[in-house]
Design a protein around this ligand. Structure first.
Ligand SMILES: [Fe+2]
Length: 381
């Protein structure tokens, strides 16, 4: 039993009923560690590998990134906010996701983390330099925790539109003309990962990086077996943090599901979406508004079929909010929007998917026939 679960038995704080109908039952996972090694401050950037950096750059600009740095072997992408770059694409043989990098709150956290995990503090290969600790999470993803020497300066951004509401007229003698241009990305918001070892991976992120759970999802009728998805945020104390910086769910595969980038507002999502549509990119699902996290969302496929999300107006929680609990269902993904697509759910059957399921059911992991059936039911409910 992990430290996180032991802490769970002791937590008696009632659910604050602010963001979910249900809180935890007695003895359920508390969604945070009592004594984590460090508390990361944010997601810093995501690392990918692709064979063709020129092609990657064309999509990146169309999607709304700006170039932070470009070398022979790497393309660093950024948003308009000051801070770290939000993505690096390194030249490699295949198109693949490598792993996430988190931002340490302070330089000394890297030493603490390195000591606790038996790893080393190394120089970070990031524009402006810095230090990094390289770890491996229980799913097998390389996870970096970085402290950057320099912040990228802020860049000009799209201004939010001035909206008129009912009898509140803030805009008169002026028109509304959102520009038909790429949505200008402000920052990286979150990454979603699929894993065959969900509860081991969850406890690792809580115990090692000090992250805390905003919402748990469980399989209908199998709540007693614990959650199978978690929306996880950074613990910044009384400073509100994104509802989720990392989300993870149990599944037959191990891999990247999607990553999300904040833009100015709904018009930026919609006009930027039209821009992508006109250039022939494939929309996966949107536009809608989520339940867990409340974001306005729009999901797109890049030319290598990686899913990326534009989002705006997400929830921010301070450390006082306890996790919500809800059953997992496809219809529970949005408050409004078009019906969720099979493409978004990754539910299209294929020989590769079938092999993945067989492999997952045979291995030492948390997927079994009852849970597989529960996941399939959730996708259709
Ligand atoms: Fe998302």
């Amino acid at each position: 039993m992990s430290e996180t679960r032991v802490a769970g038995a002791a937590v008696a704080t009632p659910h604050q009923d602010l963001h979910s109908e249900q809180g935890a039952l007695r003895g359920e996972h508390p969604g945070r560690s009592r004594n984590p090694v460090i508390k990361v401050a944010d997601l810093a950037w995501l690392e990918f590998e692709k064979p063709d950096l020129d092609r990657a750059e064309v999509f990146a600009l169309d999607f709304g990134f700006q170039i932070a740095a470009r070398t022979e072997s790497a393309l660093w992408l950024r948003g308009s906010f000051a801070g770290t770059p939000c993505m690096v694409i390194r030249r490699g043989r295949a198109s693949r996701f490598i792993g996430p990098a988190f931002r340490a709150a302070e330089r000394a956290d890297l030493d603490r983390l390195a000591r606790a995990t038996g790893s080393a503090v190394r120089d970070a290969d990031v524009p402006g330099g810095g230090k990094v600790v390289a770890l491996l999470d229980p799913s097998g993803f390389p996870v970096r925790v970085a402290h950057c020497a320099e912040q990228l300066p802020a860049l000009p951004e799209q201004r939010p539109l001035l909206l008129n509401f009912g009898t509140q007229h803030r805009r008169t003698n002026a028109t509304q003309r959102p520009p038909r241009e790429p949505s200008r990305i402000q920052r990286l918001g979150h990454v979603v990962l699929e894993t065959r070892v969900f509860s081991r991976a969850l406890d690792w992120y809580l115990d090692t990086l000090g992250m805390i759970v905003s919402d748990f999802l469980f399989l209908d009728g199998q709540r007693g077996r614990g959650p199978t998805m978690a929306f996880i945020r950074c613990d910044l104390g009384s400073v509100p943090a994104d509802h989720h910086t990392l989300a993870m769910h149990l599944g037959p595969g191990t891999g990247y599901v999607h990553s999300a980038y904040q833009v100015t507002d709904l018009d930026s999502i919609a006009a930027g979406g039209e821009y992508l549509n006109e250039r022939g990119y494939q929309r996966s699902w949107g536009i809608g508004r989520h339940i867990q996290g409340s974001q306005l969302f729009d999901y797109w496929r890049d030319p290598d079929r990686f899913m990326l999300e534009h989002f705006a107006d997400g929830d921010l929680f301070s450390c006082d909010i306890e996790p919500g609990w809800a059953p997992m269902s496809a219809s529970g993904l949005a408050q409004w929007g078009p019906p969720v697509t099979r493409d978004f759910l990754g539910a299209s059957p294929s020989p590769a998917k079938f092999r993945e399921v067989l492999h997952a059911l045979r291995g030492d992991n948390e997927l079994d026939p009852a849970r597989l059936l529960g996941l399939m039911k959730a996708m259709n409910s």
